[in-house]
Design a protein around this ligand. Structure first.
Ligand SMILES: [Zn+2]
Ligand SMILES: [Zn+2]
Length: 136
């Protein structure tokens, strides 16, 4: 369903990136993603290896917890990456909605559903819930 590389970028276009392969895609309902994005859910594309590269502009990196950092466009604020510090160089997550074509990926699970707001009625109720031991 995906033609690689997938292309994406921030709202203003200053930051552009390419994804040449990914492992999985999941909805995260954790409070940190909610606060970082100002959204009840953030859908992440999990990338292993060197399949993510910035091709234009640069991400502003902000340490968002003791174990992780998030990358966003300094101009428009679009959140693009989530990076566990211990996974640097090994894996990175990219926001599915910042892809030029979000249909190129398909979420298969959801995590941190305990903090999913009750008004997200019926949100992807068919997707399995997974526990994530970390948060950042
Ligand atoms: Zn931007
Ligand atoms: Zn999250």
């Amino acid at each position: 369903m995906s033609d690689f590389p997938l292309k994406g970028g921030c709202f203003c276009g200053a930051v552009r990136y390419e994804v040449s392969g990914y492992e999985s895609c999941a909805h995260c309902h954790c409070r940190m993603c909610q606060k970082a994005a100002g959204s009840p859910v953030v859908t992440w594309v999990m990338i292993v290896g060197d399949h993510f590269r910035i091709v234009e502009g640069a991400l502003k990196i902000r340490k968002s917890s003791d174990i992780a950092e998030r990358g966003f466009c300094e101009e428009c604020g679009t959140q693009i990456t989530f990076q566990y510090e211990k996974e640097k160089g090994k894996s990175i997550d990219v926001t599915a909605a910042s892809l030029d074509d979000p249909e190129a990926v398909e979420p298969a699970s959801q995590i941190w559903t305990a903090s999913r707001p009750s008004w997200m009625h019926g949100f992807d109720a068919t997707l399995p819930e997974e526990e994530d031991p970390n948060a950042g």
